[in-house]
Design a protein around this ligand. Structure first.
Ligand code: XMP
Length: 512
């Protein structure tokens, strides 16, 4: 296994993800607990993450001495590089402003770290974190890669198998980063690929059993991949101790609640209660136009409804959530600046304290595509796993401006036609997420011989790997024409269709 010592970087989970991709088991330990984790795990390699600290500052984090004493290979990234060099007798100079940026490293000397990827004399793009700098290397180290702003971009001690980089190999912007990490794990630390989703499933089932004991768990099932996979995993671990509740807030897609309930009842012997709370939600949202108020109202009502249902079941000790890693980082800010709420993501936050429940979040370390792989492993039908993500607040955030029942109905119809056309064209699986948005704008049109004055419908489709960045999908114009014609012809209330060509960033995927 690999132990990843977390010095507080926002992208530490990406390291874990890349290591999982190499087929090797890894665990992350915060630096304060790293000593204990190192002794327990006895890893074959250790990775030091980046972090917001500054090595010259008193009290800044350090790696446990036991790691150096053990002789295992180390890969130290960014802050990790600095603390490693400092702890082994080098010097680090502080006072630089830390920022991320692209840089080109020039390779000065061959290393097993670059085998099959980078050649001596070549320059390769990496994602650098400028900040403090190593000014004197510890004994035995040499610089084998450099860039104008980072003289010690790559410094290594091949004898001890200590590899340090000032850049982040774990982020996608470092083009060959994943292969570099793979070289470290396979070639340098000599580990083999033997870790799979099946192993992860087993490990999570054990962890859930250990956490829950004979307690009762309730789960808010939305029908999305995340909560479904979480529910199935927990069900596998504790069976009848789990009850799922599906709250229909009236903001779901066409037939959604019924389809999801049917799928679960048919394929799994899982206890699931469908609660129709649409009147309550739509009543409270009627006329509401502010995106944050919509999100907060939905969040609050969801908690109320869920709490009432949970009480009817006699309460529970744990609340299960399908929180994914991107949900965790999007709610914290990047690189230590003041926290900015881009969107208040809808989850059942607040409920655990109110009902004195603990959280069970078995997917907290995973990214969406990994959750899908785990779902496949758990036997979820492909059609279900491949479903596009759907936001908790549902159609409410695809209906900018005041919400009315009528608008929601119009949107639901347009959305169903759009998705139907996408499926017919065989594009569904190529697209990360596609949906219709109903604009609060009416425009003039002509149908038959008459003037129309109806709403504009925007179509959105994006490609993405993890939802954190996205590109708009480059449809063929004929496809867009077909979808637009059908929507205008079949949906009363829409007389114009437009296509959204905004990527994320600067846009977000949803409109609100
Ligand atoms: P944005 O709009 O932030 O969306 O680019 C990124 C992904 O997250 C989904 N999304 C949500 N999912 N609760 C969710 O469960 C929410 O409140 C929420 N808001 C956005 C969105 O559909 C996209 O897949």
């Amino acid at each position: 296994s690999v132990l990843i010592i977390d010095f507080g970087s926002q992208v530490t989970q990406l390291i874990a993800r890349r290591i999982r991709e190499t087929g090797v088991y890894s665990e992350i330990a915060p630096f304060q607990l790293a000593d204990e984790a190192f002794k327990r795990l006895q890893p074959k390699a250790v990775i030091f993450s980046g972090g917001p600290g500054s090595v010259p500052q008193d009290g800044s984090p350090r790696a446990p001495e036991a790691v150096f004493a053990s002789g295992v290979p180390i890969l130290a990234i960014c802050y990790g590089q600095q603390t490693l060099c400092h702890q082994l007798g080098g010097s680090v100079e502080g006072g630089h402003h830390r920022e991320f940026g692209r840089a080109d490293v020039e390779i000065l000397k061959a290393s097993p770290l670059f085998e099959g990827i980078w050649e001596v004399g070549g320059r390769y793009p990496v994602w650098m974190s400028h900040g403090d700098r190593v000014t004197r290397l510890p004994e035995g180290f040499e610089v084998i890669g450099t860039s104008p702003n980072a003289p010690c971009a790559i410094a290594v001690d091949e004898t001890r198998k200590y590899y340090t980089t000032m850049f982040h190999p774990e982020v996608v912007h470092t083009a060959d980063g994943a292969r570099l990490l793979q070289n470290f794990v396979h070639k340098i630390a000599g580990m083999h690929s033997d870790w799979t989703m099946a192993a992860y499933r087993k490990e999570m089932v054990d962890k859930i059993r250990e956490q829950v004991g004979d307690g009762k768990v309730i789960c808010a099932l939305s029908g999305g991949v995340d909560s479904s996979v979480a529910a199935l995993l927990i069900h596998e671990a504790i069976g009848d101790q789990l009850t799922c509740i599906l709250v229909d807030h009236g903001l779901m897609r066409q037939n959604e609640a019924a389809d999801v309930t049917a799928m679960f009842r048919q394929h799994y012997n899982l206890s699931l209660k469908l609660v129709d709370a649409s009147d309550r939600f739509i009543g409270a949202l009627e006329g509401e136009a502010d995106p944050e108020t919509k999100r907060k109202t939905i969040g609050r009502l969801f908690i109320e409804v869920f709490e009432e249902e949970a009480k009817k079941l006699g309460g529970a000790d744990f609340l299960a959530q399908g929180t994914l890693y991107p949900d965790v980082i999007e709610s914290v800010s990047f690189s230590g600046g003041p926290s900015v709420t881009i969107k208040s993501h809808h989850n059942v936050g607040g409920l655990p304290e109110r009902m004195n429940m603990q959280l069970v979040e078995p997917l907290r370390e995973l990214f969406k595509d990994e959750v899908r792989a785990l779902g496949r492993e758990l036997g979820l039908p492909d059609s279900f796993i491949g479903r596009h993500p759907f936001p908790g607040p549902g159609l409410a955030i695809r209906c900018p401006g005041g919400i009315t029942r009528e608008k929601l109905d119009i949107l639901r119809q347009a959305d169903a036609i759009y998705l139907d056309e996408i499926r017919k064209a065989g594009l569904y699986d190529e697209i990360w997420q596609a949906f219709a948005v109903l604009l609060p704008v009416q425009t003039v049109g002509v149908m038959g011989d008459g003037r129309t004055y109806e709403f504009v419908c925007a179509l959105r489709a994006v490609t993405s790997v993890d939802g954190m960045t996205a590109d708009f999908y480059p449809y063929d114009m004929n496809f867009l024409g077909r979808a637009a014609t059908r929507i205008i012809n079949e949906v009363r209330g829409i007389n114009r269709v437009v296509y959204d060509v905004t990527s994320k960033p600067p846009g977000t995927i949803e409109w609100e």
